[in-house]
Design a protein around this ligand. Structure first.
Ligand code: SAH
Ligand code: SF4
Ligand code: F3S
Length: 439
């Protein structure tokens, strides 16, 4: 069968979004074209996440739904890619026999080779080596042109092995991409109309290129920042144990570096942090926040936190609440700890009951809701610069983000997409702001 139209369903984090874009680009360069719904596709790829039990369940139900699709259209090629593909491997095909392809995140560079070998779906293919180098860059001709904001993966994998985390097992060891490739990719994005670039890695601060000239994360950041036409630069994720003074200084030195940092803290108790193998203390984390706020007084700080890590006592949980109260994050992603197969924490004693985790999570979220809402309401009446990204989900409005990464919706008849505009904040809600064009 001729494979012509493809559809990619992306789950999980920004890494997966980048990988899906990469896959889409490779397929377009190979002569295929993207479609907006799986019913119209000859090839469906599901890019999966397995970071928590819930992510895994979601991936299973999506694979189930797409399998039904394949029953209706037996020629359809059904592929599962990404972190859960890596983890479950051939086991996925045993559970869902209609799957044709299983490709791990380190093998996406070989998608075209895989399609050549598939022989109309008669051959099942599993590719899950973690040894492969990052895939070669592809010229971003056209595909990314529609968006104002683009991602560039600067490294793959992770060496940290935080005790709860599956990522190092499914994404392999840390490998940095060559700086010239990253800069070329950035220039390509800018020439396609991208105005904001986010550099991605599990732990961007440990970016290191040592072949020939030595490049650290900050040298890379400074170079990308200097590219003509780039209005905004962001990065994620920073690890507190590796956040250097040199990095913090970049918030002063680089005009287009947005005053926002996502700095996951995970827990406020030193004994929990130790068992998580995070490599920092709450005092160190607090000192980083102080330094960041000294360098950039209105920097937005967001974070990840989890409750119910094995052995987390009531007192440990109180330490987490206390840290949230002290720091006043702009927003927080909060999760219930869930066991991941093969991790160190899976073997630990002192597992917390699901109901207790749920109750701690709801207390924590209530606390943070109050803080987020207060912070957003404090912006009412202020003027803020917004990069307009597109039409808002609720019709009639445009949407964009402030430097601090807050979503602003506003009424407007003109097409300001891709432009910076100064808005006055009319209302602060929990997860967004409402702006107006000042008269
Ligand atoms: N590299 C990033 C995080 C990647 S995973 C970092 O180091 O911060 C994204 C978030 O998922 C983590 O910050 C953590 O809060 C959460 N997470 C990871 N494993 C988890 C698990 N087993 N249970 C619950 N939450 C988890
Ligand atoms: Fe997971 Fe820790 Fe690596 Fe982040 S730094 S991906 S939490 S192991
Ligand atoms: Fe991201 Fe999920 Fe993989 S968070 S790195 S897609 S396990």
């Amino acid at each position: 069968m001729d494979i012509r139209a493809f559809y990619i369903k992306t789950m999980g984090c920004q890494m997966n979004e980048y990988d899906s874009d990469y896959l889409a680009q490779s397929l377009i360069n190979y002569g295929l074209f993207p479609v907006n719904c799986p019913e119209d596709a000859d090839l469906v790829l599901i890019n999966t996440c397995t970071v928590r039990a819930k992510a895994e369940q979601k991936a299973f139900s999506t694979i189930g739904r797409m399998s039904v699709q394949k029953m209706k259209k037996p020629d359809l090629i059904l592929g599962v890619v990404g972190c859960m593909a890596q983890q479950k491997n051939v086991g996925l095909i045993k559970r869902f026999p209609l799957i044709d392809l299983v490709i791990g995140p380190r093998e996406i560079g070989r998608i075209r080779e895989v399609l050549r070998g598939i022989n109309g779906g008669r051959q099942k293919i599993v590719k899950t080596s973690l040894k492969t180098e990052p895939p070669p860059p592809i010229s971003c001709r056209g595909y990314f042109g529609r968006s104002v904001s683009g991602y560039i993966s600067i490294m793959q994998g992770c060496n940290n092995f935080c005790s709860y985390c599956i990522v190092p097992f499914v994404r392999g060891r840390e490998v940095s991409r060559p700086p010239e490739e990253i800069l070329t990719e950035a220039k390509n994005l800018i020439s396609q109309g991208v105005k904001e670039i986010t550099l991605l890695g599990q732990n961007v601060n440990s970016y290191l290129w040592e072949k020939g000239e030595r490049w650290s994360f900050t040298s890379l950041l400074r170079q990308v920042s200097g590219l003509a036409g780039l209005l905004r630069l962001r990065f994620t994720t920073s690890h507190p144990k590796d956040l250097s003074d040199d990095m913090i200084q970049c918030f002063t030195d680089l005009d287009n570096l947005c005053a926002h940092i996502h700095l996951p803290f995970q827990a406020g108790s030193n004994s929990v942090l130790k068992r998580m193998k995070r490599g920092y203390t709450r005092e160190h984390y607090l000192s980083l926040i102080e330094k960041l706020r000294t360098v950039s007084s209105d920097i937005a700080i967001t974070s990840d936190v989890m409750v119910g890590f094995p052995g987390e006592s009531e007192k440990d949980f109180m330490d987490t609440l206390d840290l949230i109260e002290k720091i006043q994050f702009d927003s927080l992603f909060s999760f219930k700890y869930s066991d991941r197969k093969g991790t160190f924490a899976e073997q630990m004693d002192g597992k917390i009951e699901e109901s207790e985790k749920a109750s701690r999570l709801s207390i924590l979220q209530k606390l943070q809701k109050g803080i987020s809402l207060r912070k957003n309401m404090a912006l009412e009446g202020k003027k803020m610069e917004v990069l307009v990204e597109g039409k808002s989900k609720r019709g009639g409005q445009l949407t964009g983000r402030t430097i601090s990464n807050k979503v602003v919706n506003f009424d407007c008849n003109n097409n300001y997409i891709g432009n910076l505009i100064n808005l006055q904040i009319k209302h602060g809600f929990l997860n967004s702001l409402k702006g107006i064009i000042p008269v």
